[in-house]
Design a protein around this ligand. Structure first.
Ligand SMILES: [Cu+2]
Length: 498
């Protein structure tokens, strides 16, 4: 029906145009060519001016009216650290180009009106050259352009900077393919394993991950449709790649946009500054977002309630392009730790014990013992003598001071001891082999003791938890690599009785 009306409107418009043309012709024949021409010129000149005023007012008015729906204005502002500088840059450019836009539009229509042919004798002003004018229209744009370019470079260098050595950040990897994103999260070692395209076995190892690499064995693969979670306030470095055509990793609310190119890895570093919940509360203040999400159903959730950050592909990569959209939830670090603790490594779920070692070059068998992670599920099935890894307990470098993020897992330990009244445990500390063995042992003892003290301070009987430090005497991974040393610096939770 809509299509019919559109076609009917176009046909009617064409008929009107033809009729107006005919009338003009008849008018010219009656009144004489000259008079008709003048009247037509007047009409066009005045109509041009009316159009100019209406067009400028509507442009500015509609931008103002819809600003709360536009990214970067109203409540839809940036939710990342670098987003503000990009927004400022954009607004500065818009300010200068806006001035030029308005002035040139006014000049265009005003001169078309002023110098229309009014049938009076007028002589054209002859200016072959004017140095002053040339200087003005060269120097002013040059200064403005230089300002914009320098400002842009400044922002570019800041936004595109990579993480620095030793910095605390979360690295994830996004691989685009037709038509979804496969996202890898690092496991407890906070490092993503290597991959190689020749390793790809469809349905088994879609990314071509090298599972001989210990770093790969605790990585988590988030498949299409699964919600991605990011911690607020933490630097996130995204490795961006593609398996087939060029895609684009686009997080509009975080001012993140980077091409995903097959064979050419790219990256983007950003820090989310607002949780999804905080962003929703911000939207809630605006009437535009206090309407039902589905206009036909007044009981559907309000627009602010159903808001989610999204990951989209912003390259037209094929027919299923739209389905690359994905939800992102930003939460506080504590909540993130809890979420991450519940994820299952791809290796454990799909490779280990499921694929014959040596069948593929990328999995030669168990090279490293994969320690079991401490969580409520593991605890439920654990027996006497089992050892669980406390992967979310961390200490300040070289000291036994627990970092604030460790409290989440510590409170889970306290919960577990309260839940199983007969559970008795031993906490053990381990270090890598860097530095003196004696010092490592003392440090590991102090660290395990810090965990014990924390738990006891929260009402757990001292008889139920003990601590011991092994220093570097019990490595579980190859201490010749960074990842191996990382795995060796660990805190363990041994079940003495249950
Ligand atoms: Cu795409």
């Amino acid at each position: 029906m809509t299509a019919f009306f559109v076609v009917a409107c176009i046909i009617l418009f064409l008929i009107i145009a033809v009729q107006v043309g005919k009338i003009t012709e008849v008018y010219a024949r009656i009144k004489g060519e000259k008079v008709a021409q003048t009247s037509s010129n007047n009409f066009n000149g005045i109509f041009g001016m009316v159009f100019l005023v209406a067009f400028l007012l509507l442009s500015i008015g509609s931008a103002w009216y819809y600003k709360n729906y536009m990214l970067g204005y109203g409540p839809l502002h940036h939710a990342s650290k670098h987003g503000k500088s990009i927004q400022t840059l954009f607004n500065t450019t818009l300010f200068f180009t806006g001035i030029v836009f308005v002035l040139t539009q006014i000049a265009l229509f005003w001169y078309a009106y002023k110098y229309r042919d009014t049938n009076t004798k007028r002589k054209v002003l002859y200016i072959p050259h004017d140095n002053r004018l040339e200087v003005i229209w060269t120097v002013i744009p040059s200064i403005v352009m230089c300002g914009l370019v320098v400002g842009g470079l400044w922002v570019w260098n800041d936004v595109m900077a990579d993480v620095k050595e030793g910095e605390d950040y979360l690295e994830i990897e996004a691989t685009g393919y037709q038509f979804a994103w496969a996202v890898r999260y690092p496991g407890a070692d906070n490092a993503i394993g290597t991959k190689y395209f020749r390793n790809i076995v469809p349905g088994v190892n879609d990314l071509g991950v090298d599972f001989n690499d210990p770093k790969s064995q605790d990585d988590i693969l988030m498949l299409a449709g699964e919600e991605l979670v990011l911690p607020k306030g933490k630097k996130v470095r995204v490795r961006i790649t593609s398996k087939d055509v060029i895609h684009n990793f686009y997080l509009p609310h975080f001012s993140v946009k980077m091409d995903a190119i097959p064979g050419l890895p790219t990256f983007f570093v950003f820090t989310p500054t607002m949780t999804t919940e905080e962003y929703r509360q911000e939207l809630k203040k605006y009437p535009e977002y206090n309407v039902p999400e589905d206009p036909t159903d007044p009981n559907s959730p309000k627009k602010w309630e159903s808001f989610n950050f999204e990951l989209a592909c912003s390259k037209l990569c094929g027919v299923g392009h739209f389905s690359m959209r994905r939800q992102i939830r930003v939460v506080e670090q504590d909540e993130y730790n809890k979420w991450a603790a519940g994820l299952k490594p791809y290796f454990i779920e799909n490779i280990k014990g499921k694929i014959e070692p040596g069948k593929y070059s990328w999995y030669k068998g168990d090279t490293t013992a994969i320690p079991k992670e401490f969580n409520s599920q593991a605890l439920e099935t654990a027996k006497e003598g089992d050892v669980l890894e406390l992967n979310h307990i961390n200490f300040a470098t070289g000291s036994a001071n627990l970092t604030p993020e460790s409290t989440t897992e510590l409170s889970l330990i306290i919960d577990a001891l309260n839940k199983y009244p007969t559970l008795n445990v031993e906490v053990s500390g381990h270090t890598d082999n860097v530095g003196e063995a004696a010092k490592n042992k003392t440090l590991s003892e102090a660290r395990a003791k810090a965990v014990e003290d924390f738990v006891e301070k929260h009402g757990i009987d001292t008889k139920r938890i003990s601590s011991v430090g092994f220093g570097d005497s019990k490595p579980i991974a190859d201490s010749g690599t960074d990842a191996g040393r990382q795995l060796n610096r660990r805190t363990e939770f041994k079940i003495l009785s249950k």
